[in-house]
Structure formats: structure tokens, C-alpha cells
Design a protein around this ligand. Structure first.
Ligand code: 4NP
Length: 144
């Protein structure tokens, strides 16, 4: 799960996905990172932690990381929150195989809005991420 800062959107996607995956007894590895490095080492934004907690997810112990090329080898799928993340991640890909791992998190070219400057966005963004995580689990289960 990749966004810009790795403190608002992708930590929600990581924590919710991990929670739902564990609930189903699947042992998939879930992680997140940001294309920017400003927040490396920080916990998720307090607003993301709070809205996740409201819906029963604990993302408080996650720690922001900077997306780097080694992650293409570590993960089978790289889901990005918006088109600028897509551009930045694809710019680091070296092979067609690496490029093929990268997809927008939402369907139909839609972007997960960045809630950083708008407190009111955290709840709709969190619910959108939760719904799409459930869909991704079905998509990936059908591929195994
Ligand atoms: P995120 O949100 O990409 O969903 O983690 C942001 C977090 C921090 C900044 C921008 C977006 N920032 O400019 O520091």
C-alpha cells in the first residue's frame, strides 16, 4: 500500500487489510510505504489512528517507511492511492515485471483523496479504503 507521506492513507490501507486478512485466516504479508520521506519513522497521523479505532482497527503501532526499489522484489502487488503515487512508483521500476505489479488501489482510475489538509475527509476515505480492501481480498483469493 503506497501513498505520499505513509501517515494518512496507506497506513489505513495496511492496517485494515491486515486485520481483514487475519480475520479470514490468510497468512498474507501486508505493508505500506510513502513515495516521500518526510515522515519516515513516524506513527500514522493521529486523525487516521482515531478514525481507524472508531471502526475497530488498531493502526497505532505502524511506522512510516519510504518506498524504495527493493520493495518491488519483496511484494507481489503494489497498490497506490493516487496517480502521482503511480507515476512516482513506476519511475523506480526497472523491468516490465516490476511495472506490472503496480496498480491504483481504487477501481476505474479513481484516486483515494488525500485527507492531509481536510479533517472531514478522514472518515469517507477510511470507509472507501475498507470497502476496497474487502474487494482486493476477493480478487487475490481468486488468483491463488
Ligand atoms: P498521505 O497524506 O500521503 O495519505 O500519508 C499526506 C501526509 C503528509 C503529507 C502529504 C500527504 N505531507 O505533505 O507531509
Amino acid at each position: 500500500m503506497v501513498c505520499l507521506g505513509n501517515i494518512c492513507r496507506s497506513p489505513l490501507a495496511e492496517g485494515i487489510m491486515r486485520h481483514l486478512v487475519l480475520e479470514q485466516g490468510l497468512n498474507w504479508e501486508i505493508a505500506s510505504a510513502g513515495t516521500g520521506n518526510w515522515h519516515v519513522g513516524e506513527a500514522p497521523d493521529a486523525r487516521s489512528i482515531a478514525i481507524a479505532r472508531k471502526y475497530g482497527y488498531d493502526i497505532s503501532r505502524q511506522c512510516a517507511r519510504h518506498f524504495n526499489h527493493s520493495m518491488f522484489n519483496m511484494y507481489d502487488h503494489i497498490l497506490v492511492m493516487d496517480r502521482s503515487n503511480l507515476r512516482d512508483v513506476l519511475a523506480l521500476a526497472k523491468t516490465e515485471g516490476e511495472r506490472k505489479k503496480v496498480r491504483l488501489f481504487l477501481e476505474a482510475d479513481a484516486e483515494v483523496r488525500d485527507p492531509w489538509y481536510d479533517n472531514a475527509l478522514f472518515e469517507p476515505v477510511m470507509l472507501e479504503i475498507e470497502a476496497r480492501c474487502r474487494q482486493w481480498i476477493e480478487i487475490f483469493k481468486n488468483q491463488i
